[in-house]
Every structure is written in C-alpha cells, then in structure tokens.
Write a protein that binds this ligand. Structure first.
Ligand code: GAF
Length: 452
C-alpha cells in the first residue's frame, strides 16, 4: 500500500553548516559569511499583488542558503548544490537583461538590479565581486517562492559583502545602511522584484520578495500592495488543534511562460480602462464585512464582485488598449481581494468565535480555490485531485498556493486528521498514476537574515 512521503523537518543549523562546507570544498577558503532567505506560504490572495490588492503570506521553514566571499576584481562566480555541474561566472558590470539563462538570472539579476538604484547606498562599488555557494530547501517551481528565496538571500549577501568592501577602502557607510531597518528591507524587496521582472523575465508582483525579506518570525502578514504597508497577523492554529497540510504536487510551474503575464496584462488593463492607479481602488475601502455573519458577508462579496466586474468589463470593451477581456480573470481579482480582507477579519475573531471562525477561514480558502480553478483558470487535474481529497478527508479548506498551473496545495485541517489526509492524497495520486506528491512539515519560518 502507498504511504505519504514526508520531507525532513528542515534543520536550519545543519543547512548553514552544509553550505559553508560546500563553499570551502569548492573555493578552498572560508566564506566571509552565510545568509539565507525563506520561501513563503501565501495563505490567501493570488494574482492581486500587482493590482494593489492585499495578500497574506507567511514565511516557510524552507530556505535558500548562500555562503559568500568578497572578491575585488568585479567578477561574480556562483554554484548551486542543486545544479552542481552548472558553475557560472560573470563580470558584474557586464550583466544585462536578456543575456543570461536559468537559475543564475536570479543571482546575477540582483547584482544588476542593485546597480540600477539611484542612491548610491545599494549600488555595488566598481571593483565589487563575490564567490557564492548556494543551497536551497525550497521546492523549485512549487508555488512556494523558490525564486524570491534565491533573490533575497543573494541581495543580503551582496549588500553585506559590499559593505566590507567599502569599509576596507576606508569609506564610511551611509547611515541608511548601518542598521537593518524595515526601510532598507523594503528597498531591497524592490531591487529583487526588478531583478525578477527584468533579468529573470517573470512578470511577477511583489508578494514573494516582500514575504521573504519583511516577514515577522512565525507570523503571517497582510501586505497592502498599494503602498507595501504590512499588518502582522497571528494565525494561532495550533491552539485550535489545527495544522497546515502543505503538499508539493511535483507538477512544477513556470512563471516566466506567457500564462502568468497574460493574466497580469489583462487585469492591469482593467485598471487602465477604469482610469485608476490600482484595480483594488475599484472596490470599497473596507472589505472586511465586520459584524456581518458568514452568509451575509458572502452575499455582499459576491454581489460586489458581480457589480464591479461588470463595470470594469464594460470600460474595457471601450478601451482600445485592452485586447483581451477575460471575464473570469477580472472577477477572480475582485473576488480574491474581498476574500483576503474578510479572512484577516475572521482571523482577528478566532479568539472570540473559536472554531466557527476557523471554519469560515477554511471555506474562504476553498472559495478562493474555486475561483482560481474556474475563473482565473490556473489549476490542473493533479491540483484538483489534491484539493478535493483534502476536503474529503475533513480539511476545513484547501487551495492552490502561488501562481498555479501546478506547484503546491495547502489545506487547513485538524491536527488529528493530518496524517490520514496525507495518506489519502498519496493514494489518490497513485490511483491516478500521477508522480508521488511530497508532504512538507510546517513550522514557523523567519525572514531573510545573516546566519553566520
Ligand atoms: C507568483 C508571483 F511571483 C507573485 O508576485 C504573485 O503574483 C503570485 O504568483 C500569485 O499570487 O508567486
């Protein structure tokens, strides 16, 4: 009989040591340090970060580790333990969008992007170079933000190493860089977003980089992408005997392909047709439905989505720049915007309302999944089977995480039912003849940091 395959619980200290040792084996010297950054589990709010919607990411215990050493000849070398035969070397000043391929675009792209900054504090000195060894525990193409984990760990590494270059040269560090502030991390997130958009060629929004650099240990954030402001949310599921079931369906997605960009383009076109800064501004300011029952809130949400989507679609029909007018994509955007803000409110009620609030949260997750499957159309059979099996196994809710077309599924489930649900998914996959899924143990993650 088929059993669920659980990944190892990640051991942070062991991974720091592993990447350090690999660096020494490769380069023959101690690195100057080790840095790391997490992937993220986005609890809710997909394909709306680039529209000024709010999303709810939480840092994962799965991270990308970078051991690095300064060079002063302008050369950047990197190797990844996941791609041992693909060592890369580039002259930092020669990095340009469109000239590199594969995983290294996430590394070199960050160096390039730092040098696009206007203020000098983040740009790299002319002689700056580095040797890097990279190791990642974030499933690649799994919707858990493996790309941002590389970008953000690289950004911290390059920034810190460039500080030592400035200090070695006797230059005082600008005051903006002497402290690891929220402001600095917000700027680094923008650097990483530009790297991904321009050099890696994926038209993603800012969700992943914000989560990786700016999360609060062990907590979720509500990020308002109109101004990138953050609200921490304590999602205390263990006190309610609940757990996250996170499944890597082993059906990797590829966001540099056209499907993601097409959805972004079309929904941004709605923003233009409505003459707004952000599509989020087409909805009322307050989407929480505070004080309304679950049924009342849902009724309000669905009628608001209908009404605003109709307005947006008629504006788009008249707006010559909108070549596609995909009804479901617009509806999904409004729908998920409403769901996130209701979810944040429902979580704030869990102390008072107990299990009923958690149950509503679960149903909000599933409602979002249905919208991703039927309106946004980013699901696939393997994902549907995983979600349906989790729900049949008693999950309060289940959904795709991240950009879709494959990747990860998460469910909120009673801790007592976790193992059985995982087994049920593993068996359903075997019955369908799908590749075996992997189950990822969850524990609280922490944001990007210097480890050693
Ligand atoms: C990917 C992107 F990188 C994010 O910006 C976000 O749009 C997400 O897909 C979908 O919510 O992770």
């Amino acid at each position: 009989t088929v059993e669920a395959q659980w990944a190892h619980q990640p051991d942070h200290a062991a991974h720091v040591e592993r990447v350090r040792t690999a660096f020494i084996e490769k380069y023959g010297v101690e690195p100057d340090g080790v840095w790391s950054a997490p992937g993220r589990l986005n609890l809710l709010g997909e394909y709306i970060d680039f529209l000024g919607g709010s999303c709810m990411p939480m840092p994962l215990p799965y991270r990308t580790y970078v051991a690095g050493k300064l060079r002063t000849d302008g050369v950047l070398r990197a190797q990844s333990l996941q791609m041992p035969h693909d060592e890369r070397t580039v002259v930092v000043r020669d990095i340009r969008p469109g000239t590199l391929k594969g995983w290294f675009t996430y590394v070199a792209g960050v160096a390039w992007s730092m040098n696009q900054e206007e203020s000098e504090d983040i740009t790299l000195p002319a002689s700056f170079g580095a040797d890097l060894m990279i190791d990642s525990t974030v499933p690649v193409g799994g919707g858990l933000s493996s790309s941002a984990a590389i970008e953000c760990s690289t950004a911290l590494t390059l920034l810190d190493l460039s500080h030592s270059l400035r200090e070695n040269a006797g230059a005082a560090l600008p005051s903006t860089l002497t402290e690891d502030t929220h402001d600095l991390r917000a700027r680094l997130a923008q650097v990483c977003i530009r790297a991904e958009n321009k050099v890696a060629g994926a038209q993603t929004g800012g969700l992943d980089q914000t989560a990786s650099l700016r999360s609060i240990p062990g907590q979720a954030l509500v990020v308002d992408f109109r101004d990138f402001s953050l609200q921490p949310v304590d999602v205390n599921i263990q006190d309610a005997n609940l757990s996250w079931l996170v499944i890597n369906t082993n059906t990797p997605h590829e966001l540099a392909g056209g499907e993601f960009a097409a959805r972004r383009r079309a929904t941004e076109c709605a923003t233009g047709a409505l003459n707004l800064d952000y599509l989020r501004n087409a909805l009322p300011d307050d989407l929480r439905c505070a004080g309304l029952s679950e049924a009342e809130a849902k009724h309000w949400r669905l009628s608001t989505v209908d009404e605003r989507a109709n307005t947006a679609l008629s504006a788009m029909e008249k707006f010559t720049r909108c070549t596609e007018v995909p009804r479901g994509w617009i509806r999904h955007a409004f729908h998920d915007m409403c769901l996130v803000e209701r979810a944040a409110y429902v979580i704030s009620r869990t102390g008072a309302d107990g299990i009923q609030a958690w149950e509503e949260l679960g149903r909000l997750f599933t409602e979002s999944f249905v919208s991703m499957r039927d309106e946004l159309q980013v699901s696939r059979e393997e994902i549907n089977v995983a979600v349906d099996t989790c729900l049949d196994a008693g999950a309060l809710g289940a959904r795709i995480v991240g950009g879709g077309f494959g990747g990860a599924v998460m469910a909120l489930i009673e801790t007592d039912k976790l193992e059985d649900a995982a087994t049920a998914v593993a068996r359903a996959y075997a019955q369908h003849g799908y590749a075996a899924p992997e189950f990822l143990p969850m524990s609280p993650g922490i944001p990007a940091q210097k480890d050693a």
